[in-house]
Design a protein around this ligand. Sequence first.
Ligand SMILES: Cc1ncc(COP(=O)(O)O)c(C=O)c1O
Length: 365
Amino acid sequence: MRVSFYDIKAQYDELQAPMDAAVHAVISSGNYSMGENHRLIEGELAALHQMKHGIAVNSGTDALRIIMDAAGIQSGDEVITPAFTFVASVETIVQTGATPVFVDIDPATFCIDPAKIEAAITPRTKAIQPVHLFGQLADVKAITAIAEKHNLKIIEDAAQAIGSSFEGKPAGNFGIGAGFSFYITKNLGAAGDAGIILTNDDEIATACKSIRVHGMGRERYYYDHVGYTSRMDEVQAAVLRVKLTKFDEWNARRAKLAAVYYDVLANASVILPITSPGNNNTFHQFSIRTDRRDALQAHLKERGVDTMIYYPVPIHFHAPYEKYGHGAGSLPQSELVAKQILNLPIHQHLTVDQVAYAAKAIAEF
Ligand SMILES: Cc1ncc(COP(=O)(O)O)c(C=O)c1O
């Protein structure tokens, strides 16, 4: 049996007729920039997360970068974030001129450990950027309490958390703004790059809309900010709108597959991921841990089961970011998890039988 890690084409196969129609409607209309789909996807995604404003952009990375600019994060500021994350969480901070300050993770959830945040706060700290990794929210209850106490902004890296919520409140509602990614492999993936900023803050929304298009203000060719070219393409907006019709069903399929892993691996000698209480986990990833990770990965490969390692090296060990960290041993949980983690196949086009087969191969190992 073959168990693929991703199957993007299967999404198209399931939605071929509406997808072809939506893409054809855009390219035959000649209306390629900030058209009807762009306007509608902003409203639809804001509604999905019960939020006031959606600002559709080019990528999740741009979403984070634009929120930071809108929030006035700049040189001399510090932003607290984990090092066990995708690099975009950190590069966007560095691009503003601010300094990323790394805080270790809770290995059970893979998200930033709130118990370690206060020790990292200095007079220069402007914001905390939790990363809602693998489909569940970081401990937003504890993080919002710390942010309020120290008068810090929260910027949510929700790139992997579309559809995720905590105590019924969707990702994005816990800070001044959140960046979401629709990179092709995400639970909701475009046919290329796309992202969105969701915010409940009117001023941040106005600034983000302007920064998205060169910092242009209400009038054409008059500028309020230094900005970027970061509109979401109309074709991407159209594709996302079609996929959104299946989004709940696709996440339900992922939940069902996660249940199979929990069931079959209940007594296996691997560490299973924990969804902390109150979280609605959308299982962007299903990540197990073992000290024999590389051997397990090879064992699974021989049996046709594809796996990935997100992430093999925490950010403070990469050359461009070493200077912001404190070397080996400074973030022990991030460093340990990077050596142990193995991401198992969980996409919506796998069957229960395929996942049971993968889980049995792990148990057998
Ligand atoms: C945690 C995290 N942050 C940010 C990003 C950046 O998103 P994008 O690839 O759309 O720029 C990603 C996705 O790739 C991500 O996983």
